[in-house]
Design a protein around this ligand. Structure first.
Ligand SMILES: *Cc1c(COP(=O)(O)O)cnc(C)c1O
Length: 423
């Protein structure tokens, strides 16, 4: 459920009228709902009620300061994958002891930053990383709390580009080698082993792959404890999918996911962490765009929008589907048309949807891409020297621009000329 609904024939974000925001801000722009962000965080938090837990929002899904602050103020932890994301989480007021650091390529500088600034734990993904972290910790006279990310070799049954839990993927250490790697970690004076980490992929639409992975983690917890390791925390990653279409097959709900976690891991006396990104932010955001032209091709009608692949790359990158709806609600019973919905960028890949049935559109109409809150704004670029589009946050009937559109001058002035080219 989200908070983007028609009222009197026009689309609202909570209690704010989207056409009004568009008139103020200009299109295209991302628009987020505070109420949806809050609701989704609480769903996860409540799903794990009864066991010691922390919901660590995966910052990479949508990392605007206002989004992080909204979630951080509710008590969310954060899962970060770079120094930049760590700095963002801290700038939004999230204390270090609620931040976990994931990712396969953490540099010594990033480790230093997090160890100095405060960190809940590092999720270590390889032996060389473990050696490097140990060295940094000893240099700083600190002890780095770690989990080791294990790769459980399960098929997440999701898009190949976002599956991470098969043995051929670059993530984690093979679960079969875990005992060996934990033994190595236990000997390092700069590290303190506290738990196990697993993350098998994103946009999972079934519980079964999670269950398979978590059962393996439960077994591993017992084995490692027998080996003498203190396993007190289990980080279960993110990955629960969201419905991108209004079809019947809906992904599992956070409550079902939480119940399965309790069933597979609830009796181990461990603190549980989860790292949802997409499910918190995805349906909390829409992308609002305007029709520039309607263009007739030989055998099809093109809708040319002012948003493009550089603003929302998911369709081009993952063949992702986004529902696209008119901001002004179509009259009941009106006949749908079939459109190819495209952006202005000079690439055929800049196509959002092919043969999409929509109510009739004309130039100047506003449309909303649903489920665009996660992996939308954060993956945007300025390809074709198109400015990064603004982000706007709604709360009730209030709205605020939370990242302004840069001017063309701002963009150009980021480049500098070498002395030999100066006039
Ligand atoms: C991407 C990622 C997440 C978040 O995944 P979602 O599908 O957005 O929930 C969580 N943890 C790690 C380690 C990730 O790489």
């Amino acid at each position: 459920m989200d908070h983007f609904l028609y009222r009197d024939g026009t689309l609202y974000a909570e209690d704010a009228e989207i056409t009004e925001i568009a008139a103020q801000v200009g299109t295209p722009f991302y628009l987020y709902s505070s109420a949806t962000l809050t609701r989704h965080f609480r769903l996860f938090d409540e799903a794990l009620e009864g066991i010691d837990h922390l919901v660590c929002y995966a910052v990479k899904a949508a990392s605007n300061q206002a989004i992080l602050k909204t979630l951080g103020d509710l008590g969310a932890g954060m899962d970060v994958v770079s120094a930049g994301e760590y700095a963002r989480a801290r700038a939004a007021g999230v204390p270090g002891d609620r931040i976990v650091f994931s990712g396969i390529g953490k540099t010594a500088d990033e480790m230093r930053m997090a160890l100095t600034g405060g960190i809940r734990q590092f999720n270590v993904e390889s032996e060389p990383e473990m050696t490097a972290l140990n060295a940094v910790a000893l240099e700083l006279g600190k002890i780095a709390p770690i989990t080791v990310r294990v790769n459980p070799d399960v098929d997440a049954k999701t898009h190949a580009k976002i599956a991470t839990g098969k043995s051929e993927n670059k993530f984690g250490i093979p679960i079969s080698r875990a005992r060996e790697v934990y033994a190595m970690a236990a000997k390092m004076k700069g590290l303190k082993v506290i738990g196990i980490d697993v993350h098998i992929g994103s946009q999972l639409t079934e519980l079964d792959p999670f269950r398979q992975a978590y059962e393996k983690v439960a077994d591993l917890t017992k084995t490692l404890r027998e080996d003498g390791h203190e396993i007190t925390r289990l980080d279960l990653g993110g990955g629960l999918g969201i419905p991108y279409t209004h079809s019947n097959d809906r992904p599992p709900l956070p409550t079902e996911y939480g119940a399965m976690i309790k069933e597979t891991l609830g009796n181990l006396g461990c603190e549980i962490e989860i790292e949802p990104g997409r499910l918190i932010a995805g349906n909390a955001g829409v992308l609002i765009s305007k029709v520039i032209y309607m263009k007739s091709g030989e055998d099809r009608e093109f809708v040319i929008l002012d948003a493009a692949m550089n603003d929302l790359i998911r369709p081009a990158m993952y063949e992702a589907h986004h529902d696209i709806i008119p901001v002004t609600e179509a009259e009941a019973g009106i006949e749908q048309q079939e459109y190819d919905i495209v952006g202005p960028v000079c690439e055929t890949g800049d196509t959002f949807a092919k043969s999409r049935a929509m109510p009739p559109l004309v130039a100047g109409d506003l449309v909303a891409f649903r489920s665009a809150g996660a992996y939308g704004a954060v993956m945007a670029s300025e390809y074709n020297t198109r400015p990064l589009i603004p982000e706007v946050l709604v709360m009730g009937d209030q709205y605020a621009v939370i990242r302004a559109r840069p001017t063309l001058e701002d963009m150009i002035n980021r480049d500098t000329l070498p002395t030999w080219l100066e006039d």
